[in-house]
Design a protein around this ligand. Structure first.
Ligand code: SF4
Length: 123
């Protein structure tokens, strides 16, 4: 699981090109309260503010790159929720070579993995 930039130490953020991550100032804004007590409206408001912070973040590109090349832990990454990024980019990896068309499987990672294994002759 790829750790959210807001939870990384400064040294680790620097290593990943995320030294100036805006979320480092308030990690719970992007990953949620640690006590898990958050109502729906409260969560929606928090996610909206987190997305705004991301849109002004100088390392948004690096953040999204890290999110889509790993398995991002829950939270807001580059103005997207981790679950949404997973659905988008796992599907984007399943690109038919001849048509170039991007297909997004409705059943997500498992379906994509099984299709890849079937094509490559694996179990
Ligand atoms: S884009 Fe958002 S989640 Fe990513 S480093 Fe910046 S503030 Fe944090």
């Amino acid at each position: 699981m790829t750790i959210h930039p807001s939870k990384l130490s400064f040294v680790a953020r620097k290593r990943y090109g995320l030294a100036t991550a805006e979320c480092a100032f308030d990690p719970e804004l992007h990953t949620g309260p640690t006590d898990k007590n958050e109502g729906q409206e409260e969560k929606a408001a928090r996610l909206a503010v987190a997305a705004e912070v991301c849109l002004a973040c100088p390392v948004m590109t690096q953040c999204l790159d890290r999110a889509i090349t790993g398995r991002p832990e829950p939270g807001v990454w580059g103005a997207f929720e981790a679950e949404a990024l997973g659905a988008l980019f796992v599907g984007a990896l399943d690109v038919p070579a001849r048509t170039g068309r991007v297909t997004v499987p409705s059943s997500g990672y498992r379906a994509t993995t099984m299709a890849h294994r079937a094509r490559s002759g694996g179990a």
